[in-house]
Ligand binder design. Structure first.
Ligand SMILES: Nc1ncnc2c1ncn2[C@@H]1O[C@H](COP(=O)(O)OP(=O)(O)OP(=O)(O)O)[C@@H](O)[C@H]1O
Ligand SMILES: [Mg+2]
Length: 616
């Protein structure tokens, strides 16, 4: 077993091209191979564009994994988006196959999500074993189209349009399997839906809501604003924004763009959405109408550069201006970029002349640098025009988003309102739980456990409740919620694991290993114990400092030895869950040995703790 073997939540995509072998017998096989290999190249590119790793090609099939080498919180979404993109490529190639070979090809894709054991054998080579890849392969064989497993579906519902298939009996799986045929993935707000069928009005956040209302009021009176909402994943940044957007005063124009974790290297990803909003372009506007709308907006571009600005925007938005477009576009990418910047600026200025405008950019921590540069430039407009730049971001202390916030603080402090979202107060978490479950007579023990685990993070709270309902632990009986099964067996919902796993996977290798070791010790751990477990004690202090800085752990006592605590219990659980059973047992044994050798007379008191480690 390699040291890098670990358990992690992954999504596996298995795709098979059907019908190519029949084609091969009819026509020149070499020509066909060349065509197919071009298609497979394209599939690989699409998988990689969404952050997946191709594990292998076998015949006309490809298996890809999302979650290795690093987990992303949205691996399931990435896989499904890659699948749709692959289908689209084939749809474009098929007319040619039909013409040349008299028939078209069919792509069958199976997607499954769950825990797998991931092993890295060599650089850039990954192996994933477990039930998940098998399930993806079996689902692929179910039929034409994209078939997703129940877990994948649950992670994406309700945004995933899909139809539930009749229960399947699949080779190698006991009992009937539920699966869904995916039709489309809508790109609407990531969350806001609450627990399926259950949602809650906003709780707490009175201060923040009041501050935002005041900013909007100022904006209405013509004063430019910069608003930055910062907080951890799931703490409620988007919700706060949505509350404003949904109760917007008449006459205020709201334009919004969202950064995605997989578009960090796509230039202007959120800006394109803002511009589409500014031009009033729907998601599937007919080319002729898009052209007309752009031309109409073009009145904002004055002077001789008007045509160039229009050309640059058309290029960015993928609008075909017809003949002549190419002539006005500079061939130098830098010149093109500056034209895009000028055109966007002119367009926003033009809008603001007609009334106050809010430009909201969500999840700035995932923004591409071109977008951040452009947004930084737009900040200047807030000094002269009724424009509000509103951004949400997680508190990363590096990257472009951080630079943007620093710049805003330093140079636009007079316009800036920064809202840092803390965890919900206990009373608010309680109210949220009551709203979500619609009854307030939840047994105290269960409520306490839900609240303790969520630690004031509304997303965690929703997901924990959702998980408990889906697993049947929490059941509605008449008007009451009852729980069955011992609470110790509650597992962390896959959504939360993905989110936390993504953070852990982004850490440098020693810090990640440290967290896994510390997690075995418990929610709190002493310096001496981690030191005893550490493979590289010399680097321990540096690693600790790093983890403190990124706020995954906190120091809470220094005497007689330094003590640390995982900031979230869920982080500790996720880190421990990423160890293989064998590794976990071995580490628990080492902790127990260390405790026995150091506790001395205190052993009797610590008997329960020792028993816990020995029994693991
Ligand atoms: N104050 C609140 N009252 C009730 N529900 C809330 C509150 N804050 C957040 N929620 C709910 O919790 C979930 C997570 O919130 P939200 O999506 O706003 O988090 P976020 O900070 O934007 O996270 P991310 O960084 O992942 O985008 C949503 O379903 C949201 O509706
Ligand atoms: Mg959000």
């Amino acid at each position: 077993m390699a040291a890098t073997d670990e358990r992690k939540p992954v999504t596996v995509l298995f795709a098979d091209l059907a019908g190519s072998t029949e084609l091969a017998t009819q026509r020149d096989p070499e020509h066909l191979r060349a065509l197919l290999s071009a298609f497979f190249d394209e599939m690989r590119q699409q998988i990689e564009a969404f952050g997946g790793t191709v594990e292998k090609f076998a015949g006309d099939a490809v298996m890809a994994v999302f979650g290795v080498p690093r987990v992303n919180e949205d691996d399931a979404e990435r896989a499904v988006r890659a699948a749709f993109a692959m289908q689209e490529s084939l749809a474009q190639l098929n007319p040619m196959f039909e013409q040349e070979y008299g028939t078209s090809l069919v792509l069958r894709i199976g997607i499954a999500t769950g825990d797998a054991v991931a092993a890295s054998r060599a650089v850039n080579e990954f192996m994933v074993t477990g039930e998940v890849p098998n399930l993806a392969a079996r689902l692929q064989a179910v039929g034409e189209g994209i078939t997703v497993s129940e877990t994948t579906y649950r992670l994406l519902a309700p945004r995933l349009e899909a139809e539930r298939l009749e229960a399947l009996s699949l080779k190698g799986f006991s009992g009937p399997i539920t699966a869904y045929r995916a039709r489309a993935l809508r790109g609407t707000e990531r969350r806001h839906v609450g627990v399926t069928g259950l949602s809650s009005p906003i709780v707490g956040r009175d201060r923040e809501l009041a501050a935002l209302s005041a900013c909007l009021e100022d904006l209405r009176h013509g004063r430019g604003q910069v608003v930055s909402i910062v907080g951890e994943a799931g703490i409620g940044k988007s919700r706060l924004k949505i509350e404003q957007r949904e109760h917007l005063h008449e006459g205020l124009r709201w334009l919004e763009g969202r950064c995605q974790s997989y578009t960090k290297s796509t230039s202007y990803a959120p800006i394109v959405q803002v511009l589409r909003g500014a031009l009033g372009l729907g998601p599937t506007e007919a080319p002729a109408i898009a052209r007309t709308k752009l031309r109409a907006a073009g009145r904002a571009f004055s002077g001789s550069e008007g045509a160039q600005s229009q050309g640059a925007l058309a290029h960015l938005l993928g609008i075909d201006l017809g003949q002549g477009q190419a002539q006005v576009l500079p061939s130098d990418p830098r010149a093109l970029q500056s034209q895009i910047v000028l055109a966007t600026r002119a367009l926003v200025q033009g809008l603001a002349e007609r009334g106050p405008v809010i430009i909201a950019v969500e999840d700035l921590h995932w923004a591409d640098s071109a977008s951040v540069d452009l947004l930084t430039l737009l900040l200047e407009l807030t000094d002269f025009q009724p424009i509000m730049i509103l951004v949400t971001s997680r508190p990363d202390t590096e990257g472009d988003a951080w630079t943007f916030r620093l710049h805003a603080e330093r140079n636009f402090g007079h316009r800036l309102t920064e809202l840092r979202l803390a965890p919900l107060a206990v009373a608010d978490s309680q109210r949220l739980t009551d709203h979500l479950l619609r009854v307030s007579d939840l047994p105290e023990a269960i409520r306490g456990r839900i609240l303790a685990r969520a630690e004031g993070n509304p997303f965690f709270l929703e997901e924990i409740i959702r998980g408990l309902i889906e697993e049947g632990v929490l059941r509605r009986e008449g008007d009451c919620w009852t729980a069955s099964g011992p609470p110790e067996q509650w597992t962390i919902p896959t959504t939360i694991r993905g989110m936390i796993g993504a953070r852990i996977d982004r850490l440098p290798a020693p810090a990640k290993a440290f967290l896994q070791h510390a997690a075995v010790i418990g929610r709190t751990f002493g310096y001496g114990t981690v030191r005893a477990l550490s493979d590289e004690p010399a680097d321990l202090d540096r690693t600790l400092a790093h983890l403190l800085r990124v706020e995954l752990i906190r120091e809470f006592g220094a005497l007689p030895e330094r003590q640390y605590i995982f900031k979230h219990a869920l982080t500790q659980e996720a880190a421990e869950a990423s160890l293989l059973a064998e590794q976990r047992r071995a580490l628990h044994g080492r902790v127990a040995q260390h405790l026995e050798s150091t506790l001395g007379d205190g052993i009797a008191e610590q008997a329960a703790l020792l028993a816990h480690h020995w029994a693991a």
